[in-house]
Design a protein around this ligand. Structure first.
Ligand SMILES: [Zn+2]
Length: 313
């Protein structure tokens, strides 16, 4: 496989990111494109041009793209259909089959959070563990669970929706239609919303995290988020027995302001067993594209493609 490169594509709600990655895990070309609010067929056309442009950039450098790993939220990894994206206006949209048809390139589909978790397990904070959990906390909350070395996908590809497991049944309304979901208390957007609703200024979660020492309201809202997270992570611990829990997403940038109280709260909720260590993601926002590249190399038969990759490459 020496010299092979793959294309990794991350289909986000407001932008598309791409990287050409070689078999040593090095990013040779990186690019991105805003969707500009495009929806439906228009969004597909923007993505199609972006992917074709990345392949052209590789060709211009005498690199041949052997396969593509493409990830999106709500991706059914078996069919390559995006089940639902409100931002892109897609519902059961045959994204990967259509791209394969128009681009003539082998494309393997990945669920965004599960794929980021795969990268974290292969070369990041969960490397070397057959059982691990990663919680991605940003605008929403989702998880990636690895059990016995395998990512847990579920019968309908809908496993690991950690953010929508109720922590306070009948509690605050969640965007999903349920009440009391973890996401309603502990996502970055919910922390900002709850702080504002309780009389605070319109601040981001990161700004609120910087006010804990002198702003009692900020401290209370932050603690409520930490407590809600600890309830969910206690459930994950008791169900899965992970060797490590990795925290990723935008809220992980709060570092020990989040992780230190979260460790204490989790320990308090686990009376009869030791909690697993809680650590920050090593790969951060690069994890998704690296995971997509791993999927692409696997599709070429390079099952252990990432074995020698370095997290910092
Ligand atoms: Zn929910």
């Amino acid at each position: 496989m020496t010299g092979a490169v793959v294309l990794a594509i991350d289909v986000g709600g407001t932008s598309f990111k791409g990287a050409v990655i070689d078999d040593a895990g090095r990013t040779l070309i990186a690019d991105s494109a805003a969707t500009g609010g495009a929806q439906g067929e228009e969004a597909f056309a923007v993505l199609e041009r972006f992917v074709a442009g990345m392949i052209a950039q590789a060709s211009a450098k005498n690199l041949t793209v052997a396969a593509c790993g493409l990830i999106a939220p709500g991706m059914d990894e078996r069919s390559g259909h995006v089940m639902f994206s409100s931002n892109l206006g897609w519902r059961d949209f045959p994204l990967v089959p259509r791209l394969i048809a128009t681009l003539g390139l082998g494309i393997v589909a990945g669920h965004d959070v599960r794929t980021a978790g795969l990268a974290e397990a292969q070369l990041g904070a969960a490397k070397g563990f057959a059982d691990s959990a990663m919680a991605m906390i940003g605008t929403g909350i989702a998880a990636s669970l690895v059990s016995g070395g395998q990512a847990v996908a579920g019968a309908a590809q809908m496993a690991c929706e950690l953010g929508h497991i109720p922590v306070y049944p009948g509690g605050e309304a969640c965007a999903c239609g349920q009440f009391g979901c973890l996401e309603a208390y502990a996502s970055a957007s919910s922390i900002a919303r709850r702080y504002h609703a309780a009389g605070g200024s319109a601040l981001t979660a990161a700004e609120i995290a910087g006010r804990l020492a002198h702003d009692p309201l900020a401290a209370r809202i932050w603690d409520e988020a930490v407590q809600a997270l600890s309830i969910s992570l206690a459930t994950v611990t008791l169900l899965l027995d992970p060797a490590v829990i990795v925290i990723g997403g935008g809220l992980a940038e709060a570092n020990e302001v989040l992780l230190a109280p979260l460790r204490v709260a989790l320990r308090q909720r686990l009376a009869w067993r030791a909690p697993p260590p809680i650590v920050k993601s090593v790969l951060g926002s690069r994890g998704a594209l690296l995971g997509a590249a791993i999927l692409a190399f696997r599709s070429l038969g390079s099952g252990d493609a990432a074995a020698g990759w370095q997290a910092g490459a």
